[in-house]
Ligand binder design. Structure first.
Ligand SMILES: [Zn+2]
Length: 131
């Protein structure tokens, strides 16, 4: 079961709220096996930022290097839905090519956070708990 640190959850919700009306995104990482406790915000450079997200490639690479340098574990990718529910859109499913990396969506209107695996266009809901 995936564990998400309570403070990290608050931090990412605050960040997502600050980016309304746009989608916001980032990476989730953990130290050792203590659950997810680090959020890396990454600027959304999508041309349609209200409906989709695209990582700023430079900040994305920097974040991955930081994760590696600090011996952290990359656990997943997260983005917000400013107007829709916490399920992957068709575009989300079509653009996701990492079947083993968890995919998190936070819905601002529903105040709901869900985690998934997306494998061969199939969306699988993952259990997670606040830690
Ligand atoms: Zn989405």
């Amino acid at each position: 079961m995936l564990i998400l640190n309570k403070k990290t959850k608050e931090e990412l919700i605050t960040y997502f709220k600050s980016k309304i009306p746009y989608e916001a995104c980032g990476l989730l990482a953990s130290e050792k096996n203590n659950g997810i406790n680090i959020f890396y915000p990454i600027p959304n450079i999508s041309s349609y930022p209200k409906k989709h997200f695209k990582f700023d490639p430079q900040i994305y690479i920097q974040s991955l290097h930081d994760i590696e340098n600090k011996n952290l574990h990359l656990i997943g990718v997260i983005h917000s839905h400013p107007t829709t529910n916490a399920f992957p859109s068709k575009m989300d499913v079509d653009h996701w090519h990492y079947p083993d990396l968890s995919y998190w969506i936070y819905s601002l209107p529903d105040d709901q956070l869900n985690a998934f695996f997306i494998q061969n266009q199939q969306v699988i809901i993952l259990n997670w708990a606040k830690g």
